[in-house]
Design a protein around this ligand. Structure first.
Ligand code: DGP
Length: 132
């Protein structure tokens, strides 16, 4: 499969690795948009959270926590934003599951939270539709 993140996991394409476990790789995002922008990916290919197997997902989330604690505990950051797009409709551009880790400092001016336009439907109408 011609997947850029699979190639990064296999080492075919170089990356700046930050943390690695048996099932997860965390490396620098090359977007150049925010200092310290990281991507955490499962080593086993899946497209996004909708088809990710349980072992990969558990390990991925534990790795995200490990790296987040490292950033805040040892690297001078105060918090993190965790971002994920699952599906093209959500803005996913690389079809290999990834969680963006954005390290944050108080007053850094980074705008990592969407400015939503406002809900269009009554909250109870949506609640009835989506509750499990
Ligand atoms: P998304 O839009 O959520 O699917 O984010 C995809 C991210 O992947 C984007 O921030 C840029 C990053 N990216 C794309 N190609 C490469 C690459 O070859 N290497 C690295 N390190 N990051 C990449």
């Amino acid at each position: 499969m011609d997947c850029i993140f699979c190639k990064i996991v296999s080492g075919e394409v170089p990356s700046r690795k930050v943390y690695e476990t048996a099932h997860t790789l965390v490396f620098m995002d090359v977007a150049g948009d925010v200092d310290g922008h990281l991507l955490a990916v499962p080593k086993k290919h899946c497209k996004n959270i909708l088809d990710c197997d349980e072992t990969s997902l558990r390990d991925l989330m534990l790795a995200v926590k490990e790296v987040s604690n490292h950033l805040v505990g040892h690297c001078g950051y105060d918090g993190v934003n965790l971002l994920n797009a699952s599906g093209e409709s959500a803005g996913q551009s690389v079809p290999h599951f990834h969680i963006h880790i954005i390290p944050r400092k108080t007053g850094d001016g980074v705008n990592a939270w969407p400015n939503f336009a406002g809900a269009k439907l009554p909250i109870d109408e949506v609640w009835k539709k989506i509750r499990i």
